[in-house]
Design a protein around this ligand. Structure first.
Ligand code: PEP
Ligand code: MN
Length: 356
């Protein structure tokens, strides 16, 4: 039996709130942020000591030298402390330093070898520490479940999950797309584990923290992990998504918690409609991208003296799209009408290119 209660002494009826800077930068920054957060009633502090960065050359975290700073946070504020681990060495150092809760980042959760290494290290440590597993960067529920199971199989009893959104190519409103149906399905498949939401990494922008957090509560998430920094604009990582402890306190006080209750039917309808809105945004975005490519093709055809419409290509394309649509339980007739409209607009856009 896995418990939803991750840390002793916290009210299990209240949402779990983990907060603190993206990265531990200096001892002063960590302590200043922690004291401010504690003064607003924060109970669980976060700070990344080892930072997985997309490209080399970025700030990759202060490493083990930051662990005594977390120890000071514990001693001086009484908060629990948490950090991200990605390797055996990280787990060993964090446990040695008395870190109370570990989380596994999205890039690591996508790597079964790394997950197994972490799980084996936890099993060998003989220590009983709660572990939260972020969703992998790619929207693969089975990979996420597999990562969680590796930790559970290591004998860790207090395991939870964090929804931090999924990578998508190109520019979007969100830094990482919140595909809510995935954590919702995770909750259905693993009802005993707490699932919390990370609005900072989903939104990537300060102003999205409050609406995403409320949405998460409305959907019955068990808590939030939010980045907060004493001087957000000067943060060494993720500056645009961090807020001061004061602002974080305002945000949290503005939220309406739902005590983990599942949404009622009107709320479910609202959530489903929000999902439809999101998918429609994606649909229009995708169509826009498709048209842009059509214009490039138009330019190529113009430069090579080719005709706009290539009949054979259209028939081949339609055949494969109809097959796909059938697999997705849509009628051939429907997809033919959709494609006739898309094709008509593509041709119109290419003709515009020819006219120039
Ligand atoms: C983080 O929490 O600072 C972090 C690196 O998150 P993610 O793994 O979600 O990108
Ligand atoms: Mn971050």
């Amino acid at each position: 039996m896995y418990t939803k209660e991750l840390l002793p002494g916290l009210d299990p009826k209240k949402p779990l709130i983990i907060c603190g800077p993206c990265s531990a930068e200096t001892e002063e920054q960590v302590l200043d942020t922690a004291h401010q957060l504690a003064s607003y009633g924060a109970k669980v502090f976060r700070a990344g000591i080892w930072k997985p960065r997309t490209k080399p050359g970025g700030f990759e975290g202060v490493g083990v030298k930051g662990l005594p700073w977390l120890k000071r946070v514990k001693e001086e504020t009484g908060m629990y402390v948490s950090t991200e681990v990605a390797t055996k060495a990280h787990v060993e150092a964090a446990l040695e330093a008395g870190v109370d809760l570990l989380w596994i980042g999205a890039r690591t959760a996508a790597n079964p070898f790394a997950m197994q290494e972490i799980a084996d290290t936890l099993a060998a440590s003989g220590k009983d520490v709660p572990v939260l597993v972020k969703n992998p960067v790619n929207p693969d529920l089975e990979l996420w479940i597999g990562a969680i199971q590796r930790i559970q199989n290591a004998g860790v009893k207090r395991v939870g999950a964090i929804h931090r959104g999924f990578s998508a190519y190109g520019k979007h409103l969100y830094r990482n797309m919140p595909q809510w149906h995935i954590p919702i399905e995770l909750g259905r498949r693993m009802p005993d584990i707490p699932i919390i939401c990370d609005p900072s990494h989903i939104g990537g922008k300060r102003e999205l923290i409050a609406p995403l957090s409320q949405q998460a509560f409305d959907m019955g998430f068990d808590g939030l992990i939010i980045e907060s920094h004493c001087n957000p604009d000067e943060a060494w990582s993720d500056a645009s998504q961090q807020v001061t402890p004061e602002v974080l306190n305002l945000i949290i006080n503005s939220l309406v918690p739902r005590n983990g209750a599942k949404p009622d039917s009107t709320e479910s309808l609202t959530l489903l409609r929000q999902e439809i809105d999101r998918l429609d945004n994606e649909l229009v975005d995708l169509l826009g991208k498709r048209m842009r490519i059509c214009r490039e093709i138009g330019l190529y055809k113009k430069e090579h003296g080719m005709k706009v419409v290539q009949g054979a290509r259209y028939s081949d394309m339609m055949k494969s799209r109809e097959e796909l649509a059938r697999e997705m339980e849509m009628s051939d007739e429907f997809i033919r009408r959709v494609y006739a409209a898309i094709h008509e607009e593509s041709v119109r856009q290419q003709i515009e290119v020819f006219k120039k």
